[in-house]
Ligand binder design. Structure first.
Ligand code: ZN
Length: 307
């Protein structure tokens, strides 16, 4: 099977291998770990490579914090469709008496979350969400293109290293006419497959759906698949898993534009599309394919990443 240096192994072996090589450092809960310097260097070089191949698109660059306005996820109806993934930020808002009870409960090892109150922020659950409120108004005829690296939270505790609770996504959002959105995504399908293959990863594109909650969610997922709204570029990360998505390419029709008042120059609702690379997953796919020591990766891969 190819030229794998590490000999692609199971999820647990990948996790342990990354720990043994100082690439990640366990930090408590499943899906939460520190990234060592070696891991981070590959991640940064891959992110820079994405910047290079998209340089001529001249995307605007935004930087967001890892929390977003609670109202944003309310307006996109996240709590109806993905309540199981949400991480809301709570804080202590009581007085002296409640503070004493809180301290006593923490000291006694008892649950204490019910003593906290709501704040106006939640952990950002999707890389492109923070942008949409910023796009309100009329977009120019050429449309807009914005790129970001965002921390994303998903409440999916798992020992599988590629399924993290908190991770980074290099995201692009295209806003404009229907044709602009569709054409732009189409170009990225080819670009992202070529990018992964240039790094020695066996990539292919699949129609996918989001992990909608519950019985209604199954219907939503089926509709999404039928319309081909969500595509994923998948690569093998471990031998005991199906290939894992490292890039997702989504058409939103006018969903976000209607919610956040984003219009085209001719007065209609804009169409939006997004492309996001799961940065940690790309690093893990590379480690799994080429071995735990990036200094010994094939020269062509190192040159491609400017390592
Ligand atoms: Zn997105």
């Amino acid at each position: 099977m190819g030229t794998s240096v590490a000999g692609r192994t199971g999820a647990m072996a990948l996790y342990q291998g990354m720990v043994d090589h100082g690439l990640i450092v366990p930090a408590g809960p499943p899906g939460v770990f520190a990234r060592g310097n070696g891991f981070e260097q590959v991640l940064e070089r891959f992110n820079a490579l994405v910047s290079r191949i998209s340089h001529d698109d001249r995307a605007e660059v935004y930087t967001f914090p890892p929390v977003i306005d609670r109202h944003v996820i309310e307006r996109v109806r996240y709590m109806e469709t993905f309540p199981q993934l949400c991480g809301a930020v709570c804080s202590f808002v009581g007085g002296e008496r409640e503070a004493r009870e809180l301290a006593a409960r923490v000291g006694a090892g008892q649950p204490w979350n019910d003593l906290l109150g709501e704040t106006d922020v939640v952990l950002n659950p999707a890389a492109c969400y923070p942008l949409y409120p910023c796009l309100e108004g009329v977009v120019p005829a050429a449309g807009r293109l914005v790129t970001m690296v965002n921390w994303v939270f998903r409440h999916e505790p798992s020992p599988v290293p590629s399924r993290m609770q908190s991770f980074r996504v290099r995201e692009f959002v295209r806003v404009g006419s229907a044709a602009q959105a569709v054409d732009w995504r189409e170009r990225w399908v080819e670009r992202s497959i070529a990018l992964m293959r240039s790094l020695g990863l066996r990539a292919r594109c699949e129609v996918a759906s989001d992990p909608f909650f519950g019985r209604v969610g199954k219907v939503l997922a089926a509709g999404q698949e039928e319309a081909g709204l969500k595509l994923e570029v998948v690569v093998p990360i471990t031998s005991d898993d199906e290939p894992t998505a490292v890039c997702s390419l989504n058409l939103h029709d006018t969903h976000f534009a209607e919610t956040f008042g984003i219009r085209t120059h001719d007065g209609g609702h804009a169409h939006t599309a997004c492309v996001g690379f799961g940065l940690e997953r790309v690093v893990m796919a590379l480690l799994s394919e080429h071995g735990f020591d990036p200094a010994r990766w094939p020269r062509a891969i190192r040159e491609c990443l400017a390592l």
